[in-house]
Structure formats: structure tokens, C-alpha cells
Design a protein around this ligand. Structure first.
Ligand code: PLP
Length: 341
């Protein structure tokens, strides 16, 4: 076995077919054993619930090579748990946590030659997902489901340095109160596509969504949670029932508190107070944390004093520490790093 002939430093964030993926089917009230397969296409009824009523959920995590050459992944148990929460909300069967973590390990092992080497800043992105697969025409949950987990190598999120981005306050809503904003469902992304295309057309890199009910509180972007830093170095993240609980954000809050000794707060953040913050970052698996330099509110620019031209000191330190933990150069909290090979 040898590493695939891939220019690791120059692959983007796109899909590349790898050798094996895991597939398990749910029928007659239970999941089958599941298999690793080379088959990368899916054949389902033209009337499958996923195609008609968008009954689908997903997860995203990564496997990578540590400084000492181990292949590991980061907190897959939390992805498994979150996927169970997503499944319940969409009336889907849950895929058991132990089996989820096992599937992650199997898929990474079966595609080990696609795991980018340490230092390339590339990773093997893992995409578990599940969908209602049998024909449903009256609106109701499917009876049959498929769980799949594939792997695709992805390049460094920040090619050529990390530059703070400009985002805009979005006039579209992402998640209703008591809706589905807190789960990782495809439907949340389908309806965000227009908003993100529109943002890009207007020259902004992301949307800042406010709470749908009052439009006075900060929620998140289409795919990342916010962290803010106050003048006195307190790390603040918005609290809301309609935010997707980012594993990266939860990990960074622990890092801030336990590794950097900073004060942390998860609380409602009113939009009016963001001009008081000195740094802002977006957290998610792909980029860990990316700096936001400026928020554009219908033409009014809110600039973060310590992070508008380059990544601010607290966000930098958070990023450095979490990536150090992930890469094995800083001791990790118990259970955060799961060794595969
Ligand atoms: C996946 C996702 C995130 C980031 O979560 P991580 O677990 O850190 O990758 C944030 N917001 C939304 C809406 C998401 O779907």
C-alpha cells in the first residue's frame, strides 16, 4: 500500500471518489450489518421520501495524520450523538453510536492511502448521512432508510494564509424558533443556498443570520457558529435553541477555559452589542476557526478592532491550541482523539 499520487497541498474542498464507503440499510424495524463497498452510486425509488420530502440528515468530521504519524479522528462520538438527535427530529431511526464510530474507523482504514500526510494541512473528510429510501407519496416518514459514510480528501481550508472575511447581516432567516436549526438536516442547507449565492453576488463571504422571531440576536452563519472576544479577553458564544451545536465551537470553549484560562460565556448575544467585541471567528470542522474582520449591516460596517486585517490574538491562540491538540503536539482531554491506525 502506498499513498495515492495526489498533490496534497493543492486539493480544494471538493468531492473526490475514494475506494470504499460503508452502507447499512434499515428495513422491518432494524439495521442490517452493513458492508464496505466500492459502489459509489445509490439506486432508490423515484418516489423515495428523501427525494420528495427531503428526509435526510448528515454529519461531517475528519481523519488526519498527527505529528507522530498516527491516523486519528476528532471526537466522532459527538458526531454520532448529534446524528441521533437529528434522526429523532425527522422521525428517522437512530444509527447506534458504537456502530457509527466503528463505521468511521472502517472507512478510514479502507481508504488509508487517501489520508493526507502530516504537514500538508489537508485531511480526509468523512461524510456520514442517512435518508428515507422507500417510496412515500402521502406525507409521512419512510419505513426504510440507508445510512452511508464516505470519505474524500480535502485541501487546507486556508490556502496562502488566513485573511479575515467580511460577512453581511442576512435578510433571510435560517431557522425558525422551535424549528430544525439545531439539527444537521439537508433541508437547512437547501433553503440557505439562495441566501449564500446572493451574499456572494453582493461581494460577501458569508451570511450572519439573526434570530427569526425578533431579528435582534446573533445566531450563526449557514454552516458555522460564532465566537466573539470582548475587550477584556472574555470569549462569548451565542446561545439559542435554533443554533446547530458545533463540536468545534464546544471544543474551543473548553480550550479557552481549561487551556488558556480565559473566561467563557454562552449566552444570548444581541446584535447591537457586537460593535463592543474586538475579535470574531467562525467555528466549524473544515476551518476550525476562521476570522471575521467586518460585519456589514445594510451598508454600515462593524469592524473588529483587533482582527480586521489579520487574525486577532485570542482567535489565533484558540486556533493554535485546538489544532495542536488535534495534531498531537498538545495533550488532549480524555477521549477527544480517537486512534484509527
Ligand atoms: C455543521 C455545522 C456547524 C459546525 O459544526 P462542527 O461540528 O463544528 O463541524 C455549524 N453550523 C451549522 C449550521 C452546521 O451545519
Amino acid at each position: 500500500m502506498a499513498k495515492k499520487d495526489i498533490d496534497w497541498g493543492n486539493i480544494g474542498f471538493g468531492y473526490m471518489k475514494t475506494d470504499k464507503r460503508f452502507v447499512s440499510n434499515y428495513k422491518d424495524g432494524k439495521w442490517d450489518e452493513g458492508i464496505l463497498t466500492g459502489e459509489d452510486t445509490v439506486t432508490i425509488s423515484e418516489c423515495a421520501c428523501v427525494l420528495q420530502y427531503a428526509q435526510t440528515i448528515f454529519e461531517g468530521l475528519k481523519a488526519y495524520t498527527t505529528a507522530d504519524g498516527r491516523v486519528v479522528c476528532f471526537r466522532p462520538d459527538l458526531n454520532a450523538e448529534r446524528m441521533m438527535d437529528s434522526a429523532k427530529r425527522l422521525e428517522m431511526p437512530t444509527f447506534p453510536k458504537e456502530r457509527f464510530v466503528e463505521a468511521v474507523k472502517e472507512v478510514v482504514k479502507a481508504n488509508i492511502d487517501y489520508v493526507p500526510p502530516y504537514g500538508s494541512d489537508a485531511t480526509l473528510y468523512l461524510r456520514p448521512y442517512m435518508f428515507g429510501s422507500n417510496a412515500v407519496i402521502g406525507v409521512k416518514p419512510a419505513d426504510e432508510y440507508q445510512f452511508r459514510l464516505f470519505a474524500t480528501p480535502v485541501g487546507p481550508y486556508f490556502k496562502g494564509g488566513v485573511k479575515p472575511i467580511t460577512i453581511r447581516v442576512c435578510d433571510f432567516d435560517r431557522a425558525a424558533p422551535h424549528g430544525t436549526g439545531h439539527i444537521k438536516a439537508g433541508l437547512n442547507y437547501a433553503m440557505s443556498l439562495h441566501a449564500i449565492v446572493d451574499a456572494h453576488n453582493q461581494g460577501f463571504e458569508e451570511n450572519m443570520y439573526l434570530d427569526a422571531a425578533t431579528r435582534t440576536k446573533v445566531e450563526e452563519t449557514g454552516g458555522a457558529n460564532f465566537l466573539f472576544v470582548t475587550k477584556d479577553n472574555k470569549v462569548v458564544t451565542p446561545k439559542s435553541d435554533s443554533i446547530l451545536p458545533s463540536i468545534t465551537r464546544r471544543s474551543l470553549m473548553t480550550v479557552a477555559k481549561d487551556y488558556l484560562g480565559l473566561e467563557v460565556e454562552e449566552r444570548e448575544v444581541s446584535f447591537d452589542e457586537i460593535s463592543d467585541f474586538v475579535e470574531c471567528g467562525l467555528c466549524g470542522t473544515a476551518a476550525v476557526i476562521s476570522p471575521v474582520g467586518c460585519v456589514n449591516d445594510h451598508g454600515r460596517e462593524i469592524v473588529f478592532a483587533n482582527g480586521s486585517t489579520e487574525m486577532g490574538p485570542v482567535i489565533s491562540k484558540l486556533r493554535e491550541t485546538l489544532t495542536g491538540i488535534q495534531m498531537g503536539t498538545i495533550d488532549a482531554p480524555e477521549g477527544w482523539i480517537v486512534e484509527i491506525k
